[in-house]
Each structure stands twice: as C-alpha cells, then as structure tokens.
Ligand binder design. Sequence first.
Ligand SMILES: Nc1nc2c(ncn2[C@@H]2O[C@H](COP(=O)(O)OP(=O)(O)OP(=O)(O)O)[C@@H](O)[C@H]2O)c(=O)[nH]1
Ligand SMILES: [Mg+2]
Length: 219
Amino acid sequence: MAGIFSFHCLRDTVKQRMGERGQAVKGMIGVVLAGGQSRRFGSPKAFAKLNGTYFFEIAVETLRAVAEDIYIVSHPSLLDRFRQKTAEKVITDDERYRGQGPLAGIYTVMKKSEAEWIFVLPCDMPFMRPETAVKLAKYADEKFDAVICAHFGRIQPLVGMYHRRTFTHIETLLQTKDNRMKSLLDHCHIRYVTEQDFWENEIVFCNVNTPDECDNIVT
Ligand SMILES: Nc1nc2c(ncn2[C@@H]2O[C@H](COP(=O)(O)OP(=O)(O)OP(=O)(O)O)[C@@H](O)[C@H]2O)c(=O)[nH]1
Ligand SMILES: [Mg+2]
C-alpha cells in the first residue's frame, strides 16, 4: 500500500437529469462518513491532508458533483473542529446507535432527509474524485436497493448509493447490534458496478487506515 501512496430504470431518467459533466441528481443527497475512531491512524482521518486539502473536503467535493445536499456525519468530539473548518452541514450519529459504525451514519442521514438515494463516501479515500461519483450515479436504478462500486474484485460498501427503502432494514440491524455492512448487502438487491461498467484507476478506491500507508499525506 505504501508504494501506491508514494506515487505521486431510473437509470435512463437519471442520465437525462444529469449532464455529462455532472450536476446534482434529483432526489440524491451525499453523506461523508466521518464518525470513526481513527484508532489505527492515531488522529482523526477526516483532518489528514493530501496536497493541502483535508480528506473530508475531498469527499465533499466528490459528492458535490452529484448530490443536491451534503451531510458530514461525525462524532460529537469532532463537531467543533469541523465547524471551524467548513460551512458544510455537520451532524452526529443518532444517539441510539452512536458507536455502531458506518451503518449508524447512513441511518442518521436517512432519518433526517427524505431523499430517495443516499450517496455514501468514507472520509478516508483521498484519491476519490468527482468523475467517479458522476460515473457511478448514472447507475442509480429503482430496480435496485443499492448500487455499489466493486471494481477489480473488491466490493466497496462505503462507495455507493443506498435507496431509502433500505432504511427499515438498517434500523433492524442496528437494533440487533449487527453493525456489519455485509449484513445490509446480503439483504439487498444490489447492482455491483465494476470496471466492466466504467474503468477507474484502482488508486481511487484506496482507503487510508494507518499513517504509514500514506507517505505524502500530512496528519
Ligand atoms: N458516521 C460514522 N462514521 C463512521 C463510524 N465508524 C466508522 N465510520 C467511518 O467509516 C469509514 C471507514 O471506517 P474505518 O476505516 O473503520 O475508520 P475508523 O473507524 O475511523 O478507523 P479505526 O478506528 O482504525 O477502525 C471512515 O470514513 C470512518 O470515519 C461511525 O460510527 N459513524
Ligand atoms: Mg473502524
């Protein structure tokens, strides 16, 4: 991993509603998941920087290409820090499920918003880019409960779109303390979007977990 970082059919209607260069898709909101503990990283990953840009800002800019509205979902301990650094909407995980991982973040935003689709991104994929979101958003399709990136054989549950009809099941999982994204995916009818659908540079999906994974990243 260190090496990599050292180098420097709603579907049709969605297509019609969205320019090739990317603009907000009607009924789609964006969520930056930033409520993790960053234990392996040692400091909050959202505030690590790549080339002077905070990681969380990279996710926000990516989502701006497709989302009508954006929420950063974090932890109460980081709220002030976020508010000093961004004018974006920052909320915290629903109290009932706080600490239960990314699923809690998705739940929180679905509860707050009536948007049909929730486009999720983690705050720790610093090579993510708007073009990827635009290409993925074109696969939003009412036939599916979720549309998830699965390039190069790696399913990325935190890079994808969840339809709001998944809300009830997410709530059930959280109530039973089953916090695994896999449990949600197992229950859903999913469109996995792969390199056969659109080609993307593998580095875009690299996520940072430890400081030594990213030589050129400032913490
Ligand atoms: N809103 C929210 N986001 C979370 C939660 N747990 C993890 N995330 C986010 O989900 C993404 C992937 O999480 P991890 O790689 O496990 O990150 P982490 O939990 O901060 O890191 P570790 O403590 O080292 O596991 C990151 O963007 C996290 O910020 C949570 O409970 N709530
Ligand atoms: Mg974690």
